[in-house]
Design a protein around this ligand. Structure first.
Ligand code: NAD
Length: 418
């Protein structure tokens, strides 16, 4: 794992100005644009989005907050041409994460790539290789890795405070609207549909895919969208890399008869030798568990803990509260843009490593890849209808049908390569 500053090429000085290119200024990208712009010694110099309106909106928000307007682009290859930029943020849709991040690395930029790191497992492996090859810093956007309270809880777990961990239960619940039934129409004049699709095989423009609803068409789904956060905490808590078995139950679109292709309800169970990890996802039924729309519950032989983005609680085996830590200012939990103080800590951790003032990158790409892979495995188990038996050295299923979904087809000429 290459998470120490010493292993990165050309670390910037503590006072060097860092110029940032943001790829994708939708809900998430606009939050990150502000978080980077607000960081000390950082200037957002370039915004890129094939929706021509969105860069203007992000520029207006920069100006409103007293920052200079950035150059605007629709094609990320052009946006990366400037030699005066140091860092790229990838907040485009998931099918662009690995291909976009690799373009950034090839152009000599450090990369902050949103979760999931990849659209399929092979891409994640490729991005890990690309980071090693180019030696730049790559931070994955699962911001709870930078929560001081989560870091503290994991330290307590490592010190044995909960005893042996034998089970972790994670969940997410939301109430998402129907996406309706779309029509195939000409792409709108505010969008470059060719660039939006990029590495994805070409399809006709359908009027209920852009923006955000692409999440529910076959690809990454709610598991890569949200389980990625809590499954990452689960994997961190148990200190394991790859599961040996993955099972999915009760996964279906239950709520509305519309174009939504993936499940809106899913339960995935992972076996890591003696430890079981469960993820329960409800996209359309906001049943809070333990008073939270999302969270991670860790069972140990001496007690249990519950943790989310805003703190943790430790209980003894009789359920008596032993210790509680809450943040003063809460970060968003089920808001779809994921804003809040936690992002700022995560962005600053990334910037600190780039500047060489911090050595410990909180979410390097190999960590992000392993947690993203857990999400892909649930999707593959759902799609094949099989229980996956996985090679515990790399998480790759031995099932033939599942192995076929390890990669994807690309639009010719857009295949990511290292
Ligand atoms: N870490 C978090 O808490 C968090 C929260 C929300 C979203 N996300 C992640 O951020 C990503 C974006 O999510 P969103 O909700 O903003 O989606 P969105 O669909 O609202 O926005 C994506 C934007 O990317 C643009 N885009 C598409 N192709 C592009 C290209 N080739 N170049 C530049 N821009 C391009 C789109 O036009 C759109 O404006 C997703 O991958 C999501 O998983 C992370």
């Amino acid at each position: 794992m290459s998470s120490s500053a010493a292993s990165y090429a050309r670390i910037l000085g503590a006072n060097d100005r860092i110029n940032v290119v943001v790829m994708g200024v939708g809900g998430r990208g606009s939050v990150l644009t502000q978080d980077f712009a607000n960081a000390s010694g950082v200037v957002v110099t370039d915004l890129c989005d094939p929706d021509y309106r969105r860069c203007d909106e992000a520029n207006a928000a920069l100006a409103e907050n007293g920052f200079a307007k950035a150059r605007v682009h629709s094609d990320i290859r052009k946006a990366l041409e400037s030699s005066d930029t140091d860092l790229m943020v990838v907040a485009a849709p998931d099918h662009w994460h690995t291909p976009g991040a690799i373009l950034g690395l090839q152009a000599g930029k450090h990369v902050y790539v949103e979760k999931p790191v990849s659209h399929n497992p092979a891409e994640g492996e490729l991005l890990v290789k690309a980071q090693e090859h180019h030696g730049k810093v790559v931070q994955v956007g699962n911001q709870q890795r930078s929560a001081p309270e989560s870091i503290e809880l994991i330290d307590k777990i490592r010190q044995g405070e909960l005893g042996d961990i034998y089970k972790v239960y994670t969940w997410y619940a939301n109430r998402r609207d129907t996406i309706g039934n779309g029509k195939v129409v000409p792409a709108p004049d505010w969008l470059d549909w060719e660039l939006w699709q990029g590495p994805a095989p070409r399809s006709d423009y359908q009027d209920n895919v852009v923006h955000y609803n692409w999440h529910w068409f076959w690809g990454t789904g709610e598991t890569c969208n949200n389980a990625m956060h809590e499954l990452d905490i689960a994997r961190w808590a148990i200190g394991a890399d790859y599961p040996d078995k993955v099972e999915v139950r009760g996964a279906r679109r239950f709520h509305t008869d519309d174009d939504w292709e993936m499940y809106d309800t899913i339960e995935a169970t992972y076996s890591f030798a003696d430890v079981t990890v469960i993820w329960e996802g409800h996209s359309c039924n906001r049943v809070n568990k333990h008073g939270r729309g999302r969270g991670t519950l860790i069972y140990g032989t001496k007690g249990w803990a519950i943790v989310d983005r805003n703190g943790y609680e430790i209980y003894d085996l009789r359920g008596k509260l032993q210790h509680e830590v809450k943040v003063e200012v809460a970060s968003a939990t089920t808001d779809t843009r994921g804003g809040g103080p936690l992002n700022i800590l995560h962005v600053n951790n990334f910037l600190g490593v780039i500047r060489g003032t911090i050595t410990d990158l909180h979410s390097p790409v190999d960590v992000g890849h392993k947690s993203t892979l857990m999400c892909h495995l649930a999707n593959i188990a759902y799609r094949t209808g099989e229980t996956l038996e996985c090679d515990p050295s790399n998480g790759r299923p031995v099932n033939e049908a599942a192995d076929k979904l390890w990669s994807r087809e690309y639009e010719p000429g857009w295949e990511p390569t290292v």
